[in-house]
Design a protein around this ligand. Sequence first.
Ligand code: SAH
Length: 448
Amino acid sequence: MDALPLHFRLDGRSCLVVGGGETAFRKAELLAGCNADVTVVAPAIDADFDDLKARLVRRKFTESDLDGQVLVVAATDDMSVNARVSELCHARALPVNVVDQPALCSVTFPAIVDRSPVLISVGSGGASPVLTRLLRERLESLIGEGYARLGGYMGRTRERLKAAVPDIGRRRRLTEDFLRSPGAEQILGGAAEPDDAWFEAGVQTTGEVYLVGAGPGDPDLLTLRALQLMQQADVVLYDSLVSDAVLARTRRDARRRFVGKRKAEHSIRQEDLNQLMVDMARAGDRVLRLKGGDPFIFGRGGEELEALADAKVPFQVVPGITAAGGCASYAGIPLTHRDHAQSVQFVTGHPKTGEVHLDWSKFAQPGQTIVFYMGLGGLPRICENLMAHGRSAATPAALVEKGTLEDQRVIEATLGTLVGEVARHTVTRPTLVIVGDVVALHGKLRWR
Ligand code: SAH
């Protein structure tokens, strides 16, 4: 982070605005709105300022104007004055903002969504005020006025809740449950207080397991439900296919533990992992079991849930975008197409050998797309077998490397040439192999 966003209490504190024009007015208005004790200094001050609760000093800025201030804004149209104010403030370690000159600022004004007591500030460190304003507009529509009411209610009842539920962990969980409950919805919808007495409601003591699909890598492909659960879990158990960018979106203070399989690394056995989830949930944790792609597609999600069901641990499942869907979309390869493929099959090879234990003759017919997961090791055998069982050597085939990630690469060839093409590159896992006429559309439909 280039800067730390802080929400600065200004009531009764002295703030100085240097400048008397329109931009200075907007800043002075904002500071006065925070009940700051505002002084405006400039030889000429617009008439607009007359209605503002501020002290207007019509003369040039002098250094002593800085005495006793906690925040200074320079908004004159004279660059040398702005630079001098900035320099003097830096020398005094006094926070200073120079309008439109990020290099001279120690603090910048964010775009604000005001749902007091809830405040959302969006900043770009001066990189693009237009972008931050655009984001603010989006947030304005997403976070309704009801959040002000809800924030106010939570603030008013905080002490009462503390007394009723002294344990901090339980209190947090109860509050989270409440905020997702119909009671909170009532306040968002206009009520001042919820009907139900949620303080007294039973506090959940057993945890829960969330089996969540993290998608193929690009964090923007996470579902909203996945994000919600990622934000409330106490523990995160993740696999090697979960990208760093996705992991970064889990709750900041959650405990994270890698439980995947990496070559040459001691990895946890499946039974031990199942037991670990059961134990953690029984101890009251909300456990996020985060898996690459979709948990029910070649992800052992079913096995893990069976263990939880046997132990009577509650769970939820959130689907994710499976690698085939993600890679196909980001490579511009439609998996079905009325002219080229009427069916699609997802097939997995053995994780080490890539060997496929299937009836190859099923794949012989044209008009079907076949997607091979974990197929890199067995690629030569996959191509040979398909051709030996009747698929033409000219059938388009592609290998998608690191699908949906920034460095995604698509190696496009045919069944006859794919092995040779792949050998010419240094390929990094994860990779997916797509075979079928639809692959030929990649040239026309690729978009990234
Ligand atoms: N549950 C996952 C699949 C797990 S099996 C899902 O639904 O996607 C692991 C295999 O998925 C990898 O060997 C690879 O073939 C494929 N895979 C996962 N992520 C991928 C990605 N970003 N790009 C290419 N292949 C990927």
